[in-house]
Design a binder for this molecule. Structure first.
Ligand code: SF4
Ligand code: SF4
Length: 373
């Protein structure tokens, strides 16, 4: 065993793979589970820019190149924790200009990896941010038992960007998050509530819990005055990036300018009751909830919530959260269809797709006991 390898924490060692493909000697990197990328297709929409309504993290190694290309770069934060500063009145990243990135060649890693997101927990697991309108959601409909599902298409550059960042530091972080996970497990086990991820998925996967009347009405979004960066955003084919905010008598839909500031587009009443679904809509919703169940980040977020309660098993909590997530998707689907003047008796698959896109990033932003790559 080499001296380098002996410095890797024991837990991280389980996750290391040998890969000599980078040239020269042996490269030791943690392995990323890519199962949740299978079957998806991606093509960035040139008219979108949704993912640039963010303040991406900039690694120390990325700063010099960025400042060389754009000396006016504003970084906030301190030490190794630096971010691109947001525009004063909210809106998109300081470098988004007419849907284009002015520092494309030096954009920081979250931009190079999007729409991929990697959760560090007991393992590294890649997943897709389904709010991105460049992702074809047909990937959610692939049969669970497919023996040879298609690899992801159009995500090669993003995957390479993820792989470039894997190294001994990732293994160290993985060791830390796995330790945190063991603490959570111990705490819930002491109360007789713990079930591991495999058991939970085995119970819920084939009959994934769907929303019921009990989940309605759903929680309101924040108010616009709480900060535009807190609003759930989505890409609207006609208007571009829009957000939901709590408004008088319903949900306000606001148009957020790239340079900051928001214009109201109307107030719409979210559903009080469980909406009816066409058959294709129900299938898509079920596929999305199954996908969420398979995300380690989803389960790790539920574990955190459970620490604030004192009863109920992991399976029961996960089932409740899936029903709640499904209800949020449907409520946002209804409001999006009303925005376009449509008030259907039953939601279509396209409506549910809109609801998923308006919900997924928001749900992924929840805290977990793990971390993000
Ligand atoms: S959200 Fe997706 S489609 Fe839109 S700009 Fe970003 S990567 Fe492209
Ligand atoms: S650096 Fe470029 S790609 Fe990244 S958020 Fe800003 S404008 Fe978008």
């Amino acid at each position: 065993m080499s001296s380098m390898r002996s410095r890797i924490p024991a837990r991280g060692r389980d996750r290391m793979v040998k890969d000599g493909a980078l040239g020269g000697g042996t490269d030791l990197r943690p392995e990323v589970d890519l199962e949740l990328l299978r079957g998806f297709r991606f093509r960035c929409r040139p008219d979108c820019g949704l993912c640039c309504y963010a303040a991406p993290r900039v690694e120390p190694s990325e700063q010099a190149r960025l400042i060389q290309i754009a000396p006016e770069t504003v970084l906030v934060g301190s030490g190794t924790d630096r971010y691109l500063g947001a525009r004063p009145r909210g809106g998109a990243c300081q470098f988004l200009d007419a849907h284009r990135c002015r520092v494309h060649a030096a954009r920081p890693h979250p931009c190079r990896e999007f729409p991929l997101t990697v959760h560090l927990g007991r393992r590294l697991q890649a997943s897709i941010v389904l709010s991105c309108p460049g992702i074809d959601l047909a990937g959610l409909l692939a049969p669970a038992s497919a023996l040879d599902p298609e690899p992801p298409s159009g995500l090669d550059e993003e995957l390479s960007a993820v792989r470039e960042r894997l190294g001994l530091e990732t293994a160290r972080r993985l060791s830390t998050t796995a330790r945190r996970g063991r603490k959570v497990e111990k705490s819930l086990s002491a109360e007789g509530r713990w079930q591991d991820d495999v058991s939970v998925r085995r119970v819920l996967r084939d009959r994934v819990p769907l929303p019921t009347a009990g989940e309605f009405p759903v929680h309101d979004p924040p108010e616009a005055s709480d900060g535009l960066d807190r609003l759930p955003l989505f890409f609207d084919r006609r208007s571009g990036p829009l957000g939901f905010a709590r408004g008088l008598g319903g949900w306000e839909v606001v148009e957020i300018a790239a340079t900051g500031g928001a214009e109201p587009r109307g107030v719409f009443v979210p559903p009080e009751r469980l909406p009816r679904l066409e058959a294709g809509a129900a299938r898509l919703l079920e596929g999305y909830l199954r996908y969420s169940l398979d995300r380690d980040a989803f389960l790790a977020a539920v574990h955190i919530d459970m620490l604030d309660g004192d009863e109920g098993s992991v399976t029961e909590w996960v089932a409740d959260e899936l029903r709640e997530l499904g209800a949020m998707v449907l409520a946002r689907a209804v409001v999006r269809s009303k925005l376009h003047g449509v008030d259907r008796t039953a939601l279509s698959a396209a409506d549910v797709e809109d609801g998923i896109r308006a919900t997924d990033q928001d749900w992924l932003d929840r805290p977990t006991w793990g971390d993000r790559l």
